[in-house]
Design a protein around this ligand. Structure first.
Ligand SMILES: [Zn+2]
Length: 324
């Protein structure tokens, strides 16, 4: 069936050197094993194979030890967050929601307050279908050009409009053009509790005109484990590029979560890394305490670390015994 063709293709890509290609070259039927073996071996993108927690159970509240701003996150596995800015758009967002629903993909929408108040039903639909909604200011002002009070007003009015439209309070914001100074990011985090969400994948679909193929190719080229992808659901080409882009990301083994879920995975990864680093440091310190060459222990140490330790240990116990 699929085996001869797929396997010769795999052998070609993997480099003909793997045991996998060799064992399977005789056309032996082994359907059970085949089903367990995903095709990801052949993919060109960097694949992160660490085990994943249950993604559906990731919290949708901010991690307590979260950061002030994010672009790409550090997560196990090929988990990513797809984000759409500048909507809702009555022309394109409903169609995009259909595309996401067909594929059971959850995304995050950074909404413009003014449009939220004009199209509250679309906002409600976004939330009802399990996506995350977030704040993208009232009318897309560049925050670095505004006074603090105006920045807060832009965000607060949008926050209120979103709550009014769908009953859910946003917990993230993204500055228009990605422009917010460090002091503004700190101030917004302190006053509104929002971390600043930037991105690491940008197909530049805001720079018009952008073809469907370019959006598709750039997203696939740039996406990595932990990526936050930036797109805009106010452009026809972007939404038209989504079916093939999302399908290809899926077939490459990527899994989709909302931004807040990605932040939780990032925090969890950082916590585990800190625990592992502390354990390693403790083990090292313990080893160092046990290491000093007391006469009884000399033999043991020589066994454990032959080349370096023997040299170090030998000169040390040299209390000149040549007293009369
Ligand atoms: Zn924007």
């Amino acid at each position: 069936m699929e085996s001869p063709l797929t396997l010769s293709f795999a052998a070609l890509l993997v480099g003909a050197a793997t045991a996998f290609a060799q064992t399977s070259s005789p056309a032996a039927p082994e359907p059970a094993k085949k089903a367990d073996e995903p095709v990801r071996v052949m993919r060109a993108l960097p694949i992160n194979d660490k085990p994943l927690p249950d993604l559906d159970k990731l919290p949708r509240t901010l991690p307590p030890e979260g950061k002030i701003s994010y672009s790409q996150c550090h997560v196990p596995g090929n988990v990513i967050a797809y984000t759409f800015d500048d909507g809702p758009s009555p022309e394109y967002t409903p169609h995009l929601l259909d595309i996401l629903k067909e594929r059971n993909i959850k995304a995050t929408f950074f909404l413009i307050g003014k449009s939220v108040s004009t199209w509250p039903d679309i906002v409600k639909r976004i939330v009802d279908e399990g996506h995350e909604i977030a704040n993208h200011t009232w009318d897309h002002q560049q925050l670095t050009k505004l006074k603090e009070s105006r920045v807060l007003q832009e965000l607060q009015s949008t926050h209120d409009a979103i709550v009014k439209a769908c009953g859910v309070a946003p917990i993230l914001y993204r500055p228009p053009y990605g422009a917010a100074s460090l002091s503004q990011r700190k101030m917004i985090h302190e006053k509104l509790g929002y971390p600043t969400i930037l991105w690491d994948v940008d197909p530049e679909d805001w720079r018009s005109p952008k073809s469907i193929a370019k959006v598709h190719d750039q997203v696939l080229k740039q996406t990595r484990s932990g990526s936050i992808i930036l797109c805009h659901d106010i452009h026809k080409q972007t939404v038209d590029a989504m079916p093939s882009t999302l399908d290809e990301l899926k077939s490459r083994g990527f899994q989709f979560v909302t931004v807040t879920q990605l932040l939780n995975l990032d925090a969890q990864t950082a916590k585990e890394a800190a625990i592992a680093a502390a354990a390693a440091a403790e083990a090292k310190a313990k080893a160092a305490v046990e290491a000093p060459a007391t006469p009884e222990k000399t033999e043991v140490e020589t066994e454990a670390k032959p080349p370096v330790e023997t040299k170090a240990v030998e000169p040390a116990p040299a209390p000149a015994p040549s007293k009369p």
